[in-house]
Design a protein around this ligand. Structure first.
Ligand code: ADP
Ligand code: MG
Length: 248
């Protein structure tokens, strides 16, 4: 079990010549689920990319720390090693690299002692996790995301989360492309992770559907790069009923 916090303070960031995040502050503690909702183009994916250090974005102001470690000064792989994980909105295909290869490369981010000495630890956990979310185990030997459907790719992200067991996960529309059964399985898996190893979650989503399974402690509404409302799960219901117009 771990305790800690992912702390975003006054974050302003964008692409050259355009500010997209205009001063964003929120703190996720270990074991908590925070939902970030917001209309298309409000900056949700930009937030995910900036947190993970995707090239092409500029930081204009503010800070992001994980247990006091300044993430913004670190390259992406060190952010991962510090315990941050990103489930991408659009997972990419990586021909020639299997899931096991990729997870083995990421293995140093797994707390020592949790897995056996060999890569078998990863393969075993991968199969366990696949069964938990109903991911076809025949896909595990394929190149990463190659020839997988959108929904299978999203489940693949969840699978990696389950194997790597990061401290904090940013899930960018992990629900998009999932059918209702897969959505339930993925949502439940993430919810269980908040208990199993105190995972802290920043769940970006348009829809309340995910939040019926993955219960948020806090809901934030993002509009034009700012948090314009923060509340409990009732806020997700209000947004679901009335849309975002009241917050823009
Ligand atoms: P969301 O995920 O909330 O739909 P995004 O963060 O993807 O929104 O995008 C916010 C705004 O910033 C959009 O207008 C988008 O077109 C723009 N944007 C984001 N990333 C880039 C980029 N790399 N190049 C150009 N525009 C971008
Ligand atoms: Mg997005």
């Amino acid at each position: 079990m771990s305790t800690g916090e992912l702390c975003i303070e006054g974050l302003r960031a964008g692409i050259p010549g355009r500010e997209i995040l205009k001063g964003l502050t929120l703190t996720v503690r270990s074991g908590e689920v925070h939902a970030v909702m917001g209309p298309n183009g409000s900056g949700k994916s930009t937030l995910a990319h900036v947190l993970m250090g995707r090239p092409g974005y500029e930081i204009l102001d503010g800070s992001v720390t994980l247990d006091g470690i300044d993430l913004l000064s670190l390259p992406t792989w060190q952010r991962a090693r510090a315990g941050l994980f990103l489930g991408m909105q659009h997972p990419i295909e990586v021909p020639g690299v299997s899931l096991v290869d990729s997870l083995t490369a990421a293995r140093p981010s797994i707390p020592s002692g949790e897995l056996g000495a060999s890569d078998n630890g990863i393969a075993t956990r991968l199969h366990e996790e696949a069964r938990r979310i109903g991911f076809d185990e025949r896909f595990l030997d394929r190149s990463l995301n190659v020839d997988l459907s959108g929904g299978e790719r999203k489940r693949n992200e969840t699978l990696q989360l389950g194997v790597l067991r990061p401290r904090f996960a940013i899930l960018d529309e992990i629900d998009s492309g999932l059918d209702v059964d897969a959505l339930g399985a993925v949502g439940r898996r993430v919810q269980e992770a908040t208990k199993e190893w105190d995972l802290g979650v920043l769940a970006i989503t348009h829809f309340r559907r995910l939040l019926d399974v993955l219960h948020p402690d806090v809901v934030h509404v993002l509009s034009d790069g700012r948090v314009v409302a923060t509340g409990g799960s009732d806020l997700a219901e209000i947004v679901d009923r009335s849309g975002y117009a009241a917050y823009s």
